[in-house]
Design a protein around this ligand. Sequence first.
Ligand code: ISC
Length: 420
Amino acid sequence: MSETSRTLPRLVVETTRVDDIRLLVPLLDSRHPLLWMRKGEGMAGAGEALRLEFSGENRFVDACETWREVARLARVTDPLQAPGTGLVAFGAFAFSATSGLISTLIVPEIVIGKRAGVYWITRITALSESGVPLAPPLPMPAARPLGAEYRLSLLPGQVKPDDYRASVEAAVSRIAAGELNKVVLARDLVGHLPAEADLRRTLTDLALGYPDCWTFAVDGLIGSSPETLVRVDHGTVSARVLAGTISRGRDAEADHDAAISLATSSKDLDEHRFAVASVVQSLQPHTRTLITSEIPFTLKLPNLWHLASDAEGILSDGSTSLDLIAALHPTAAVAGAPTATALAVIDELEPFDRGRYAGPVGWVGADGDGEWAVALRCAQIAENGDITAYAGAGIVAESDPERELIETKMKFRPIVEAFG
Ligand SMILES: C=C(O[C@H]1C=CC=C(C(=O)O)[C@@H]1O)C(=O)O
């Protein structure tokens, strides 16, 4: 479905600087939270002034066009002009063009933000064609105590451990036969959220446990991702590419050895090289300069080490962050290489719809600037409370099925522990 055909409302947007905002999570809706946060800073959304939905092959292109039109029609008062002030939409996109899950951009009625010691509130009102607000103003969200603690188990879903080992083995044979170089295969865990459960508890656990990751909640997709797909800020572009993983060591010495072993593992370096190449190839046509580190660095997370490379550049063609997620998705960190073959192998070997897992999640502003992560270490919560969590691993020629299974177990840890 394309949103471009329908009449878009005019949005009136007003950002006001405020003195202080302590915590964002207690301000959120307990069942439908809207959040983008890292290191305690970011944005909380309340209400929906506008919801745009996209699907299919053109979901990104349609979103780019529609968002340009929404921004063109909007009347914005934004004295701060900082990332996240003024008009913003939170977004989550499906991984696959054939996904049954909708891709969405949600413009909240109220955005409460904090960044670098600046605090703000943005009110967004949708007007009818005759210029009348479409809804009465939403009361300002107040911090509310979190609901009772809850624990739930996430158990293997459609792909049981044996199935996963078998599909890794199948992928390794396809790679050995020269069909492709790398494919990222995922598995799923499922559970059910009790009706009274307060999702702000889960988000608090994720944000406190993984402060350097992007903790997000958009349309039922919640998680903490370490991977920045792309960030656009006043003509500059940056990305953090991750691929290659090892578990943390039990003590300081073992941990150090783990990092060294990752940094020198030809299997992980190969896996990483494909991911960096795909990002560089996608960004190069849109940038004047694009710099990436020659050797990846080891990124320490509470549950594991990743091989990481940062890319930074200057935009050459005025692309928005939505244009760039369209160009970047899917990177070899979540699909494989070459992309088309990897996607076909994923379709064949993964029996489920990834939904928004491994798709772009983040926010975009009126000028197209924005921040987008790859939706990893996450779960989708359906309206009826059904939870599906996903984690995958990059499979290359030297992959061992058991080790890849263990790697997915480590990657599930943030979400399994936040619910457990
Ligand atoms: C596909 C996932 O991670 C990607 C990102 C970092 C490291 C990865 C790896 O080492 O396989 C994956 O490419 C996931 O977390 O589900």
